[in-house]
Design a protein around this ligand. Structure first.
Ligand code: IPM
Ligand code: MG
Length: 366
């Protein structure tokens, strides 16, 4: 198969981890007889430096022309980077929000899975970890507070600011359908997270999710208030299968879910629209503090590339091969610094490696 992949290396550790993912993709191409063509796209801080804009029209056109886009990470240190002296709509993050909107990437899938090999890195108690956990956060990505009307203004001599959280029923329905479809391929449970005891948008969310649920009699639907969900994620993460939620709640809960798995450096994500196109990126950020040191964990980006093969290109066996290779490398005890056992835990059989070495090992095990 001949595939056109847009590549946004981005900022911070982005370029380093994307290089490793491309190394793995190239090895897959060779082994399974595919051709992957890469088109480099500028976005985020590096685009600001080159063009003055975090996301140019040209970049959007390049992304639209690709079959899928692989993204590293964007953004820098908000305290020290000159990018954060710019108005909000010219900063790196505006590029990310812009591409999500421009490509209508309304469905954000963030799997949070505890690798049995990495139990030692999980911050939860052993009795809570049990046999591990495996959940999929389905976050709505193009609506809600992120894209609602907002303003900072002067009222009676005082500065005030507001943001608005709006959803219409179609926006809720399409993400709910995605959530239920995915639940059907998993453990058939959807936990829809909202704040229906306070917010109108959440009451509509709940109503529409219930309508969608009627078409999926095999799936168990449960509603959970977001504050409780935040607590349940650390109290009993095993109870979750698919977590379906709006943009802002999903942003917060997905960071929490990633941390209970032990490392954000292991978590992939996919942002999808209603075609086969997808934007695939690690869940973690640009980590400017470790950029360029060669220690970042490339696994989340490599797993994101595997997700791309699975969802956009229907290459299940190739995606399985990447996931199996990662499992073997972990079985053999190789770890980047972020997934080393917690202080005081057993280190026998564990070898710490850097970004490039981790990429090489995964290629060797393909
Ligand atoms: C994420 C990030 C972004 C978001 C930021 C960088 C705008 O936190 O993808 O979760 O809030 O969506
Ligand atoms: Mg976030």
């Amino acid at each position: 198969m001949n595939c056109n992949i847009g590549v946004i290396r981005g900022d911070g550790i982005g370029p380093e981890v994307v290089s490793e993912a491309i190394k793995v993709l190239d090895a897959v191409a060779k082994k399974y007889n595919h051709t992957f063509n890469y088109d480099e796209i500028l976005m985020g801080g590096c685009s600001i430096d080159a063009t003055g804009e975090p996301l140019t029209k040209e970049a959007i056109e390049q992304a639209k022309a690709a079959d899928a886009v692989l993204l590293g990470s964007i953004g820098g240190d908000a305290k020290t980077s000159p990018w954060y002296k710019l108005p909000a709509d010219k900063r790196p993050e505006a590029g990310l929000l812009g591409i999500r909107k421009a490509l209508n990437l309304f469905a954000n899938l963030r799997p949070a899975y505890l690798y049995p090999q990495l139990k030692e890195a999980c911050p939860l108690r052993d009795d809570i970890i049990g046999d591990g956990f495996d959940m999929m956060i389905m976050r709505e990505l193009t609506g809600g507070l992120y894209f609602g009307k907002r303003e900072t203004r002067e009222v009676n001599g005082k500065t005030e600011a507001y943001d608005t959280l709006t959803y219409n029923e179609d926006e809720i329905r399409r993400i709910a359908i995605r959530g239920f479809d995915i639940a059907m391929k998993r453990k058939k449970k959807v936990t829809s997270v909202d704040k229906a005891n306070v917010l109108d948008s959440s009451r509509l969310w709940r109503k529409v999710v219930e309508e969608v649920a009627a078409d999926y009699p095999e799936v168990t639907l449960e509603h959970m208030l977001v504050d409780n969900a935040a607590m349940q994620l650390v109290k009993d993460p095993k109870q979750f299968d698919v977590i379906l939620t709006e943009n802002m709640f999903g942003d917060i809960l997905s960071d929490e879910a990633s941390m209970v798995t032990g490392s954000i450096g292991m978590l992939s994500s996919a942002s999808l629209n209603d075609t086969k196109f997808g934007l695939y990126e690690p869940s973690g950020g640009s980590a400017p503090d470790i950029a360029g040191k060669g220690i970042a964990n490339p696994i989340a980006t490599i797993l994101s590339a595997a997700m791309m093969l699975r969802f956009t290109f229907d290459m299940d066996k190739e995606a399985d091969a990447i996931e199996n290779a990662i499992n073997k490398v972990l079985d053999e005890g190789y770890r980047t610094i972020d997934i080393m056992p917690a202080p005081g835990k057993e280190l026998t059989g564990i070898t710490q490696v850097g970004t490039e070495k981790m990429g090489d090992l995964i290629v060797e095990h393909l």
